[in-house]
Design a protein around this ligand. Structure first.
Ligand code: UT7
Length: 353
């Protein structure tokens, strides 16, 4: 058992006994990416790296980056709008907008900007930060609002613009990350039809230093001797080997717990939908569960690690190209800074792309 806090739920959503509409169906998806793509080859003109190193160690071939006039709000709103269209909803139909991000346009919250851009006048909107686990945590959170009956329709967005926060001269981190946004539309359904069949979530702040985007230790004079902290963040800092070891240990373990508690065998899974951090991590998890490579979703080669966006971005791509079909069962896992990690057993119920 890791030194962390654990939360879990299995079977139909909590409250299923009292609220017949306690399930959450995944009924639409959408994504948005910046137009500019930077290949490994191009990046090697800026830092001392190579396409061969990046591909062999991570599986990444290119990443998208936002330009100076492309704020996160624009990407996140485009992704959410596409998810609404896919679900056949009007913006006024949405009760809740959850934006999972670690790179907001406004530390006070970017989700309200997305709400305004969508014209989702009836929705409450707020940000949720759990780094690369953020989308999974937000999806589960939306599930709880829906299970309680407080919310009927929600849009869960995973969006990050880590190009703002990487040190482009640090080859150990800058080659890994990319920008992107994606969203899933979820709505109340009968408990028996739920698309969130179980989940596990964990945090271990004692290992926080392994991966940070932390407030800098800078001060501003206030009055005489009195000073305050001045706002500002240092670029992403990561102990890659520690995070790698954490991922290949904890992700299979939490997925194993999830599968055991839901009574689902790996062979019953249609897809493994993991956070896209490193192809070697995807391969290790797949091998642990004997899931063949063709059932492991991966788009790392094109987009790198888009943090909170990776899972819905991958889902959207696979729904749109006809790999993920209505009724398919997916085991998903997010993991990263915090440290945080989680897993969810999902059933896709939306229309084809
Ligand atoms: O979403 C958040 C979760 N994050 C992750 O999951 C990241 C997990 N970690 C990883 O994926 C891997 O640790 C990395 C891909 C980040 C690094 O791979 P590694 O096999 O652990 O490499 P390393 O850090 O042990 O470095 C090996 C060598 C070092 O050189 P020396 O000291 O052996 O001479 C590094 O300086 O590779 C060097 N190196 C590079 N060389 C070329 C590190 N980065 C680069 C680079 N290009 N970009």
């Amino acid at each position: 058992m890791p030194n962390g806090v654990s939360l879990s739920l299995t079977g139909p959503m909590a409250g299923a006994g009292t609220n017949p509409a306690a399930g959450m169906a995944l009924v639409g998806c959408g994504s948005a990416l910046p137009a500019v793509s930077i290949s490994n080859e191009e990046l090697s003109r800026r830092v001392d790296t190579s396409d061969a190193w990046i591909r062999s160690r991570t599986g990444i071939g290119a990443r998208r980056v936002c330009g100076p006039d492309e704020p996160l709000t624009v990407l996140a709103s485009q992704a959410a709008r596409r998810a609404l269209e896919h679900a056949g909803w009007r913006p006024e139909d949405v009760d809740l907008i959850l934006l999972a991000t670690s790179s907001p346009d406004d530390l006070f919250g970017t989700a309200p900007r997305v709400q305004a851009a969508l014209g989702a006048t009836g929705a409450v909107a707020f940000d949720l930060t759990a780094a690369c686990s953020g989308f999974l945590f937000a999806l589960v959170t939306a599930g709880q609002y829906i299970a309680s009956g407080a919310v009927r329709r929600a849009v869960v967005i995973g969006a990050d613009q880590l190009s703002r926060w990487v040190d482009w001269d640090d080859r150990r981190t800058c080659v890994l990350f990319g920008d992107g946004a994606a969203a899933v539309a979820v709505e109340a359904c009968a408990a028996a039809d739920t698309g969130l069949l179980g989940f596990r979530m964990r945090s271990d702040g004692s290992r926080n230093a392994c991966l940070t985007l932390a407030q800098t230790d800078s001060r501003a004079a206030l009055l005489g001797e009195l000073s305050t902290q001045k706002g500002g963040f240092a670029p992403i800092h990561m102990n890659g080997q520690e995070v790698y070891k954490f991922a290949v240990r904890e992700v299979p373990a939490i997925l194993q717990e999830l599968l055991e508690s839901t009574g689902v065998a790996p062979a019953q899974l249609d897809w493994l939908l993991l956070h896209q951090a490193n192809q070697r991590i995807l391969d290790a998890v797949a091998e642990r569960f004997a899931v063949p490579a063709e059932r492991v979703l991966s788009n790392l080669a094109h987009y790198g690690n888009t943090s909170a966006a990776t899972i819905p971005l991958m889902l959207d791509e696979a729904v749109r190209d006809g790999r993920v079909l209505s009724g398919h069962l997916l085991a998903s896992s997010g993991f990263g800074a915090g440290l945080s990690w989680g897993a969810a057993l999902l059933r896709w119920q939306g229309p084809p792309g």
